[in-house]
Structure formats: C-alpha cells, structure tokens
Design a protein around this ligand. Structure first.
Ligand SMILES: Cc1cc2nc3c(=O)[nH]c(=O)nc-3n(C[C@H](O)[C@H](O)[C@H](O)COP(=O)(O)OP(=O)(O)OC[C@H]3O[C@@H](n4cnc5c(N)ncnc54)[C@H](O)[C@@H]3O)c2cc1C
Length: 379
C-alpha cells in the first residue's frame, strides 16, 4: 500500500490548483450570479490538458489514470463546483464515445471535446425516468440509413452552451420481450433536436442544465454508439466511474469550505477573541477536516481499484455516498460558522451549500447508492 502520489500527479494537481485559484476564483461569484461561466476557460483548461486526463493521447487526452482526473476535479471543485461539473459531464460523454465509439466517432467527436474546443453532454434522464433509467420513453426508429428520434430529456448538463456539440442520448430501440435501449450521438444543430431554455437552480448555477426535445430528429445510422440494445449497460459502466469523480468533487467542496472557515475564524471576533478560540468552533473544524480526509481516502481507493482493473462499483458507491453527504454537512456547518455572513452570496460558503445538495442527487441519489451497496452486501 502506497499513499504517495507520483511526481506527475503532484505536478498536475498543482497546475489544477493554480488554474482554479488564478482563473476561476476571481469570477466564481459573477458566474454564480449570471448562471454561466465563460466557456473560453474551458478551452484554456483543454490547452493545459486538464479536460481529458484519462483519455488516449491520440484524441487529445492525457493518457493518464482516473485517480489523476479525480485530483484535478477535486482542485477545481474546491473553488467552483459548476466548472468541475462541466468537465465531469463532458467526460461522461467522452467516456461513452471512447469506450464504445468507432475510430470515426473518436476523430470527429472525441478529439474536439477533449481539446476543450467543444463540450459534450450525456442525456439519459427524462421527465418520467430518473433513478429508474430503464423507464425512459424516448424512441429511436431505424428508417433506411437514418434513425428517427422522438421524445425528451431533462436536466441535461452542458447541453445548450455555445460550444455544445455531441450529446449522447439513450433511446428505446425495441419493445419486444425485453425493452431494448441504445445510445446515439446527436450533434446539436440537427433539425428536430430542440434545446429549451436553461433551468434556474439552487446549486451548480454556473453550469448549463436544460430540457431537450426530439421531434422527428433524423440522424445517420452510423451514429448508433456501439451495439444496439447495449445502451443502458454502456451508460451504467460510465456512471460507476462518474461516482468516483462526483465524490472527488464533494471532497473538493468540503476542502473549500474548510479553507474558507479556517480563514474566517481567525479574523472574526466575538466576546473579545477570534471565534476560532472557542472549542465548539475548533471541534466543528476538526470533524470537518477528519471527514474530508476519510472521503478523500475513499475516493483514492475506489480510483486505484478502477485504474488497476479490479471490481470497484461497491467502493465507488460508498465513496459517492459518504463524500457527498459529508460535503452537505460541511457546507451546513460552514455557513453556521460564518453566522449571518454565511447567508450572503459574496461568501463562497453560501454558494457551496446549494452545490453540495446537487452532489447528493446526481450520478445516483444517496438512496440509490445505499441500494447498490446493500445489493453488494448480498441483500
Ligand atoms: C443539476 C443537475 C444536473 C444533471 N445533469 C444530468 C445530465 O447531464 N444527464 C442526465 O442524464 N441526467 C442529469 N441529471 C439528472 C439526475 O441524474 C437525476 O436527477 C437523478 O438521477 C435522480 O433522478 P430524478 O431527479 O428523476 O429523481 P427520482 O428518480 O424521481 O427520485 C426522487 C426521490 O425518490 C428516491 N428514489 C427513487 N427510486 C428509489 C428507490 N428504488 N429506493 C429508494 N428511493 C428511491 C430518490 O432517491 C429521490 O430521493 C442532472 C440533475 C441535476 C439536478
């Protein structure tokens, strides 16, 4: 067992930290207010190689492991969860194309979204199907050399930005004895693919979340991703890794809250001394630091298992469950420690509160993680 990061991992971690502090922190509050971050930042992160860490170098990826990617997302999320989430959702799209796409798909769609020139999205959730993903109703019907798609998707990250391009969506391709679900690459701009206005949110406010509808949307037959009927299996395999990455964002968020509180308690005076001198405040921060570290170790363990080709779905769910609930608690205590100032949006802790709540819902809710873990316990 070796808890030391490699030289390369430390270097990339440092680069991500510096980028987040120098480029993202100064605009985080504005992005939150305006509910959008400047997507030229995405291109800059692409140039630095932060967007495609675990993907092949021939398609503009970094050729590194998921642990290194988790380190990067932790650093970005420490400053702004929305930015980390945009990279994370882009990665879910990249992962599907990389694992199941043809060489042509990879050259056409994967390379630009790993370079940061374009941004990808993944559309599984529908108005009537979230946790129960197999209940989706969007259909794709093969007609000659085209698929005709009808239906809708909801809460889709990155789906309507100026640089959005491939959106990988799941659709029902057969309703015989067993419902058949397949994945498709749809380019934004395709006639019949309609992007609605952005949702207003209490968390991840600077990341783009929309409802999509498909109205006789025709795409080429070759845009089927991998094998027909394997869509759900493909997406679930991506989501397992996604759980590790969301957990790393939760660790980043909790670390961000801890850093902000450590700063604040030294400068805020009550009853003639800094509030950091009160044992109650000290113990809150000691608990926060301890639980953040536990979650970090869980994330790293799940990532290492995944990177070494071992089973990791139980550890990914455990890390996601623990880290996101821990981040919610950290955000809650962070505001408490800041008193009234913590409610004001100019203080980062207020923004982290809504972000922490989203983390408990996406990539499988806490209830679903407990179900996955219980199943692995043989229940
Ligand atoms: C900001 C944001 C961004 C998102 N981005 C994307 C995206 O890019 N792509 C995408 O496809 N989706 C995305 N989602 C959707 C997200 O994955 C779903 O919201 C999530 O899976 C939960 O589904 P739901 O909202 O339909 O809730 P539901 O599934 O309706 O769940 C409602 C409640 O019931 C509980 N519940 C459901 N089933 C069970 C069960 N079996 N046992 C116990 N409790 C249960 C849930 O835990 C939850 O508490 C995003 C969501 C948000 C909020």
């Amino acid at each position: 067992m070796n808890f030391e990061l490699s030289e390369e991992q430390l270097m990339i971690q440092k680069m991500a930290r510096r980028f987040a502090e120098e480029k993202i922190a100064p605009i985080a509050e504005k992005s939150w207010e305006e509910e959008e971050f400047p997507y030229d930042l995405f291109a800059q992160m692409g140039e630095l190689g932060l967007v495609g860490i675990p993907y092949p170098e021939e398609y503009n990826g970094g050729g590194m492991d998921v642990l290194t990617f988790a380190l990067v997302l932790e650093e970005l999320a420490r400053i702004d969860n929305s930015v980390a989430n945009s990279i994370m959702a882009n990665s879910s799209c990249a992962s599907l194309i990389n694992n199941f796409g043809t060489t042509e798909h990879k050259e056409k769609y994967l390379a630009p979204i790993l370079a940061g020139e374009k941004i990808g999205a993944i559309g599984l959730t529908e108005p009537n199907a979230g946790s129960d993903a197999a209940a989706i109703q969007t259909t794709a019907v093969l007609n000659g050399d085209e698929w005709i798609i009808n239906g809708s998707k909801i809460f889709i990250t990155n789906s309507g930005t100026d640089i959005t391009w491939p959106v990988v969506i799941a659709a029902v391709t057969g309703t015989g004895e067993k419902k058949e679900i397949s994945n498709f690459i749809v380019s934004s701009g395709t006639p019949g693919f309609n992007i609605s206005k952005k949702f207003k949110k209490i968390g991840w406010r600077a990341s783009d979340t929309r409802e999509l509808s498909f109205d006789d949307c025709r795409i080429p037959a070759e845009n089927l991703l991998g094998k027909r009927g394997e869509g759900l299996k493909q997406t679930l395999s991506t989501i397992n890794t996604g759980r590790i990455l969301i957990a790393s964002m939760a660790v980043g968020l909790a670390q961000g809250v801890l850093d902000a509180c450590l700063d604040y308690v030294k400068g805020r005076f009550a009853f003639g001394k800094p509030i950091g001198k009160f044992q109650t405040i000290q113990h809150k921060l000691a608990d926060m630091a301890t639980k953040t570290e536990i979650a970090r170790v869980m994330v790293h363990k799940a990532a290492v298992l995944r990177d070494s080709g071992k089973p990791f779905s139980k550890e990914a769910s455990m890390a996601k469950l623990f880290a996101t609930e821990m981040a919610m608690e950290a955000a809650h205590q962070g505001i408490q420690i800041h008193g009234g100032y913590g409610i004001m949006t100019e203080y980062a802790v207020s923004r982290y509160f809504g972000d922490a709540k989203v983390l408990e819902i996406v990539e499988g809710t806490s209830e679903i993680q407990r179900t996955v873990i219980a199943r692995q316990l043989g229940l």
